[in-house]
Design a binder for this molecule. Sequence first.
Ligand SMILES: C[S@@+](CC[C@H](N)C(=O)[O-])C[C@H]1O[C@@H](n2cnc3c(N)ncnc32)[C@H](O)[C@@H]1O
Length: 230
Amino acid sequence: MLNKKQKLTMKLQRFLYYIYGEKFYKQLNYNWSKYPTRSHIINELISLKKYNSFLEIGCDKNVNFSNVLISKKIGVDPNSGGTHKMTSDVFFRDNKEKFDLIFIDGLHETNQVDRDIENSLKFINEGGTILLHDCLPKKIWHQIVPCIYPKWNGDVWKSIVKSRTRNDIDTYTIVADHGIGAIFKKENKNVLNLSGEKLKKLKYKDYYEYHSKFMNLISVEQFFDIAKQV
Ligand SMILES: C[S@@+](CC[C@H](N)C(=O)[O-])C[C@H]1O[C@@H](n2cnc3c(N)ncnc32)[C@H](O)[C@@H]1O
């Protein structure tokens, strides 16, 4: 028997499913506390590749930014943290510098993430790496745009799926810390074959069913093996 609060939650969910045009209950089972954090992976990568420069898009309270150990770092956020108080679009418009490592963690909406990826590809050094946070939402609510849920990943995952269909960049998703996308500026030997029409209509259900293939999932260890060879 459902209590009053549970009944109300179900009513609200039904309403939201109606508004967002997708009804889906299943969820992925990742326990992120069992995996290394984004800061750990970033610092290991810096040390492995002997990187000297780091750019973070979206810094918030500098939880990651302050932990990154590197000689030169820039953080961009229109609201808080980092070194440059502005949006990523404004930063990239005026920027002249290149970076060894770029961490995209700003506005988690796919059109913005697409622009952040495109701009990062212009400003990444040869042999550099682009990482993206929040690529593996566990529930439909974690990725609904606009944000209605406290643990929000947004639909960054859609930008990863789009990147996977390009043959000029090689894209993976590391299973750690809410999913960390990794993009290398090199030929993609495992291109995802999805039509433009299908890409435009991607639903959480597609992601749930095919996320291993769509996102090109790899472990942290596999990521470092791949990064060594770039
Ligand atoms: C999830 S938080 C970043 C967390 C941080 N990277 C970390 O690892 O602790 C997202 C941040 O992106 C910022 N943001 C929102 N829109 C942005 C934009 N257009 N350009 C850059 N940052 C943006 C927000 O102000 C917020 O602080």
